[in-house]
Design a protein around this ligand. Structure first.
Ligand SMILES: Cc1cc2nc3c(=O)[nH]c(=O)nc-3n(C[C@H](O)[C@H](O)[C@H](O)COP(=O)(O)OP(=O)(O)OC[C@H]3O[C@@H](n4cnc5c(N)ncnc54)[C@H](O)[C@@H]3O)c2cc1C
Length: 320
């Protein structure tokens, strides 16, 4: 349907942001692989997003929200439907100080709590910088994670023993019927690297409860985390971060290393020599190379240990 000229004109007329048709997703994914999406749309406002979703819902056009595409592989056959980037939704503000928090961990600390609201398109580095400037502690663990608020909350992004679920106090969503609403923390079902939401739900923003802290200490923590990442992660190459979730007991990266798979390559996709749970693009990898490599790793670990490694990154689209 999106190939129809009139349909394309209609979509383009609905948003003030960019609308890219037949867009190679290799230009947008952090891994640098992926086929063409029928459309990649950048709504300029919440209202435009709502109109587009409502239109697609009525017309039966498949759609999917994307953030910074740092945990995403689009197959080489591309995505039939529309990818909705919330990049333009970048509002970031302190909402109210001393707001009542329901978090048990924060009981008795109300005077020090500050609520920060961020729209889905704000980058995680953006909110980390903002918190540091405002001397608010809680989000330092996100330093160096290259995603957006929308992707970060959906993925329950985490590092160094902390996750989004520890700091989110509510999430604003647009449901698949194009209704906007807010979900309170106690009604949010977070699990390891996932926030369970009904299919088609788009996160438009989130409230975070942060705590007043010492600016220098916050900055020091951020620098330490970034330094640790430089030391441990293969940042010289394109990747999508950790490929597999860590099963209980042993990190996926260690299992992959012990299986002798570091440096193993399919095409230009390679298991990083530096970190076993990263697949890096050594130049012109295809999605197919990455997916074949993932499959090879899964089979080897299953054969040797009886453990099926589950992917953390999301694979969408058509083809192998
Ligand atoms: C070098 C590197 C290091 C990384 N380190 C970490 C780390 O330490 N910890 C960690 O957890 N992750 C890490 N990641 C992975 C990734 O950055 C995170 O998962 C991030 O939160 C994904 O955000 P994104 O905006 O890029 O989401 P995308 O990759 O664009 O999307 C990921 C998923 O979220 C969905 N999604 C995106 N936006 C929305 C929205 N608004 N509403 C609903 N669903 C949405 C998408 O449909 C998709 O299923 C790393 C990645 C790289 C490349």
């Amino acid at each position: 349907m999106i190939t129809d000229r009139q349909f394309r004109d209609k979509i383009s007329g609905m948003v003030t942001g960019r609308v890219l048709f037949d867009e190679p997703m290799s230009r947008h994914t952090s891994m640098g692989v992926g086929g063409r999406a029928d459309a990649l749309i950048f709504p300029g406002t919440d209202g435009e997003l709502k109109n587009v979703v409502s239109f697609f819902f009525k017309k039966g056009v498949p759609f999917l929200p994307v953030g910074n595409c740092t945990n995403l592989i689009v197959k080489d056959g591309g995505y039939r439907g529309a990818l909705l980037s919330l990049e333009a939704l970048r509002g970031l503000e302190i909402r109210n100080e001393n707001f009542p928090s329901k978090s048990a961990a924060l009981k008795g600390k109300h005077a020090d709590i500050v609520c920060v609201y961020a729209q889905a398109g704000v980058s995680l580095s953006g909110i980390v910088d903002f918190s540091a400037r405002e001397a608010l502690t809680g989000l330092e663990f996100c330093a160096g994670i290259p995603g957006s608020i929308g992707g970060g909350v959906k993925m329950n992004a985490g590092a160094w023993g902390r996750e989004m679920k520890d700091v989110v106090s509510s999430v604003s969503i647009l449901d698949a019927d194009a209704r906007m609403r807010e979900i309170a923390r106690e009604d949010l079902l977070f699990e390891y690297r996932n926030l369970i939401l009904p299919e088609g739900t788009i996160i438009t923003g989130a409230d975070f409860h942060l705590v007043k802290g010492n600016r220098d200490e916050i900055r020091r923590k951020i620098s330490d985390f970034i330094a640790k990442r430089r030391e441990k992660h293969p940042l010289a190459y394109r990747s999508a971060g950790s490929v597999f979730k860590n099963p209980p007991g042993c990190p996926a990266g260690r299992m992959i290393e012990e299986a002798g798979l570091k440096g193993f390559r399919v095409g230009d996709a390679e298991v990083s020599e530096k970190h076993g749970n990263f697949i890096v693009n050594r130049g012109s990898a295809k999605a197919e190379d990455v997916i074949t490599l993932i499959d090879t790793i899964q089979k080897k670990i299953l054969n040797e240990r009886g453990i099926l490694l589950e992917t953390e990154l999301k694979i969408i689209g058509e083809g192998l």
